[in-house]
Design a protein around this ligand. Structure first.
Ligand SMILES: [Zn+2]
Length: 424
């Protein structure tokens, strides 16, 4: 498989536009024909997919958001029959219904190529030993990085559920040269390394591929580079759909190149729903151009980005974006995993068996480790005058939520009346 494919990555402006238009037309047609939701959306707005003749015509097509995944759970947005789907992924949604996405054989080939392309841009090659260390909540990405890395014939140590101590042992003993992880998990390993009196020079590690978290303006990536003597590269992806490495840093590391041969991107003002001025920050809206099983049309990612103008010295013509940390929705990002307050409330209700009397959710950091803290109002169904019993309830609820979400969760009890008093 060609890893750096100049014919694709360096296509000129006109060629790229033509390629995107043809792929957009075909995506809209297939979605119209095969997905009743998209057909209704287009019909309601009096849009005939056959009359989309310019990329700018897309602006008249209605948006898709996470609520649509929940409404059409599980297979309502699939554009191919299930017999053509060879893989089904589940990710957290905004409600109790997870997001279910499917892949055809061809979709999997495309994803492998996208991940391989992004890894190759970070200099990963067949002589590398690549270790994947991600939260359970990012298991799907672990699988896709494994496939992409195998496609460039790196030796892959796949995602496992091992604790950081064991990950560090593998990193050292197996002579890992590339680590795919989140910046926070990498920082945790770094601290552990120094606490264990290991010298970074004892490691073969040279490359960090950081996923799931927008670059930290405090310079965590730079800190990792300096202290571990490595180079860090950021990849952008969507944890809900369709996967990792949609956009990636090149050698210049000046923004992230978006794989525009497979995605059409818009940056909009989340309040006004129209495109922002070039270079201004806004919400990233994506339309898939080659996805067969689970196409997305004008999907509102909730991620904030801004376009970087001008050509990149690396020669790629794929447009570059800066991935910003703030979001345009209420999602909280914990170790690369996105969670939504509405989803958390619904999950708590299901676990408790009744509606919780007041909730508040926050991210708390202990050392390098972020976790979700759930403040829960104590009602008579939860209350016990035995402290031990309350502690057990809190541990049980926390571990059940952690199992569902794939991130660490701690439950703290609170008087129900005190939620209003502190404005929550
Ligand atoms: Zn570049």
């Amino acid at each position: 498989m060609p890893i750096r494919n100049p014919a694709v990555e360096c296509l000129d402006f006109e060629g790229r536009g033509q390629q995107q238009l043809e792929r957009l037309q075909s995506t809209l047609n297939r979605a119209y024909k095969n997905v009743p939701f998209y057909r209704n959306q287009l019909t309601e707005h009096r849009i005939d997919p056959l009359q989309i003749e310019n990329l700018s015509d897309l602006a008249s097509v209605p948006f898709t958001d996470r609520s649509h995944f929940s409404e059409h759970y599980p297979y309502g947005l699939f554009a191919v029959p299930l017999r053509d789907v060879v893989r089904i992924h589940t990710a957290q949604g905004t409600s109790l219904n997870p997001v279910v996405s499917g892949y055809t054989k061809q979709d999997l080939v495309v994803w492998r190529e996208l991940v391989a392309r992004a890894l190759a841009a970070a200099g990963v090659s067949g002589s590398d030993i690549l270790q994947i260390h991600l939260e359970v909540g990012l298991t799907n990405w672990g699988r896709e990085y494994k496939d992409g890395a195998e496609a460039i014939e790196a030796s892959v140590i796949p995602l496992t559920n091992l604790p950081p101590e064991k990950q560090l042992m593998i990193l050292k003993d197996y002579r890992t040269s590339v680590l795919v992880t989140t910046a926070s998990a990498a920082a945790e390993l770094m601290d552990l390394l120094f606490r264990s009196n290991l010298n970074p020079n004892e490691l073969a590690l040279k490359t960090l591929v950081l996923v799931g978290e927008a670059p930290d303006p405090g310079g965590l990536a730079a800190q990792l580079e300096e202290r571990l003597h490595v180079r860090a590269w950021t990849h952008y992806g969507l944890s809900e759909v369709p996967g990792p490495a949609l956009a990636f840093e090149c050698d210049e590391r000046s923004g992230l190149h978006l794989s525009e041969d497979h995605f059409l991107a818009e940056v909009i003002d989340p309040a006004g729903d129209v495109a922002v001025e070039p270079g201004m920050p806004g919400e990233l809206v994506l339309t898939t151009l080659t996805t067969r099983a689970f196409p997305l049309i004008r999907y509102r990612t909730g991620d904030k980005v801004r376009w970087l103008e001008g050509p990149c010295p690396c020669g790629r013509t794929l447009r570059r974006m800066e991935w910003l940390r703030e979001r345009s929705d209420e999602a909280m990002v914990i170790r690369g995993v996105k969670v939504y307050p509405r989803q958390l409330k619904a999950l708590l209700q299901r676990i408790l068996g009744h509606e919780p009397q007041g909730t508040r959710f926050q991210i708390q950091r202990t050392g390098r480790r972020d976790h979700l803290v759930v403040w829960l109002g104590v009602d008579e169904l939860i209350f016990s005058d035995e402290i031990k019993e309350m502690e057990q309830t809190s541990l049980r609820l926390g571990s059940e939520m952690a199992m569902e979400l794939g991130i660490p969760v701690r439950i703290q009890f609170k008087e129900p009346g005190s939620f209003e008093a502190d404005g929550s």
